[in-house]
Design a protein around this ligand. Structure first.
Ligand SMILES: NC(=O)c1ccc[n+]([C@@H]2O[C@H](COP(=O)([O-])OP(=O)(O)OC[C@H]3O[C@@H](n4cnc5c(N)ncnc54)[C@H](OP(=O)(O)O)[C@@H]3O)[C@@H](O)[C@H]2O)c1
Length: 352
């Protein structure tokens, strides 16, 4: 078989369309993965709306996959045809995940543990990478892209930050759910997160100590943070609106780091000695690759032990053809505390 179905963005800011295309070939070190589940992310609709990140059209996007190894490239060790895996994709047509087959370097793929489904596994890669790189990525040539903390999947990092508070804006976002879980493994305490009040017990179950209703004035949050015993040295803003960025910056202790997920919009105090770093949430890039390889070497075990739990998922109908409606719901801010999943193999011929 050489042909598959993919969801194409036909041109810049154009329409989505399912059509046939060739199955990519795995290069040296790569896996070819038959995708059983892919997750939708805000970046996917933002690419269509804002003409961003992608240069070549027609383009396939999508960057979360779980499925089965269909072939292995030269020099791949540790994986064989038939293994169930999950991984992050990238915005090139042979690595994106809104298609039935894709390729990925084996060093940034993880085997599926038996305690989660393929749908759940597809909710992990991009959200977890963004959380992990924001907290643990270190200085690189292009500037700081993370808080540079020691990762908890390395022995030296487990519980290293015990007794230190952390504040998170957007606890119920996909990224935020992974920030809570990683912060717990790092020992941070208390873990304070903003979210809709309905998510309180769920986020408590992931490790949040205090969940603050995100619809309350941010001034109330400032007061609560001032009650933490130790200085607030790390703030992660998983929504990064101008007002959350500014509040996060203002409550940060001198010497601390604010991690943001969008372009900085902060009135800064040049004498404050506070670092602001914008995460680039992919394990594919050269700057983040080493942290990504290290994370993926431990990821199966972290999930198997229940130390990293996937997001709650909602499976969309109609395979790849169901993705555009899901992206519309995301754009309209109608998704709350759940990851939307599509199953590419369920794309019917009528979708072509
Ligand atoms: N820089 C990067 O590389 C990178 C990578 C990944 C994602 N991102 C960005 O990070 C953001 C989060 O991505 P995601 O996939 O995790 O999003 P998501 O899960 O789709 O986000 C949906 C959630 O946003 C929450 N939310 C909306 N406004 C909020 C506010 N003012 N305060 C607190 N929570 C709020 C809602 O929380 P409630 O349900 O509690 O109301 C909802 O559950 C997006 O803007 C995305 O574009 C950036």
């Amino acid at each position: 078989m050489t042909q598959q179905k993919a969801l194409f963005l036909k041109e810049k800011q154009g329409a989505w369309e399912v059509s046939a295309t060739s199955i990519p070939e795995p290069g040296a070190g790569d896996l070819l993965v038959k995708i059983e589940a892919t997750a939708l992310n805000p970046v996917d609709w933002k690419i269509q709306k804002y003409d961003w990140l992608v240069e070549e059209y027609p383009a396939i996007v999508g960057t979360d996959a779980a499925g089965e190894v269909a072939a292995v490239g030269d020099s791949v060790a540790g994986f064989k045809v038939g293994d169930k895996v999950f991984h992050q994709g990238w915005f090139s047509n042979n690595k994106a995940t809104f298609q039935q087959y894709t390729t990925v370097p084996a060093e940034i793929a993880a085997k599926l543990p038996s305690n989660i489904s393929l749908d759940e596994a597809a909710s992990i890669p991009l959200g977890l990478a963004t959380a992990a790189l924001g907290l643990y990525s270190t200085l690189d040539k292009g500037g700081q892209r993370g808080a540079g903390l020691t990762p908890p999947w390395e022995d030296a990092g487990r519980d290293k930050y015990a007794g230190k508070p952390i504040l998170l804006f957007g606890g119920a976002t996909s990224v935020g759910q992974y920030v809570i879980q990683l912060a717990k493994l790092s020992g941070f305490s208390p873990i304070i997160a903003t979210a809709s009040a309905k998510h309180t017990s769920f986020l408590n179950s992931l490790g949040a100590d205090h969940v603050i209703d995100r619809n309350k004035p941010l001034s109330e949050l400032t007061e609560l943070v001032s009650l933490t015993k130790s200085p607030l040295e790390v703030v992660y803003d998983a929504v990064s609106f101008p007002e959350t960025q500014q509040t996060g910056y203002d409550v940060l202790a001198p010497g601390g780091t604010l991690v943001i997920v969008h372009v900085e919009q902060i009135n800064k105090d040049s004498s404050a000695n506070k670092t602001v770093t914008q995460v680039f949430g992919t394990v594919h890039g050269s700057a983040e690759r080493a942290t990504g390889v290290s994370l993926y070497s431990k990821l199966t075990s972290l999930v198997e032990k229940g130390e990293i739990k996937p997001n709650r998922v909602e499976v969309l109908p109609n395979g790849l053809a169901g993705i555009p409606d899901g992206l519309k719901r995301m754009e309209e801010d109608k998704i709350s505390g759940v990851k939307l999943i599509a199953r590419p193999q369920e794309t019917s011929l009528l979708s072509q």
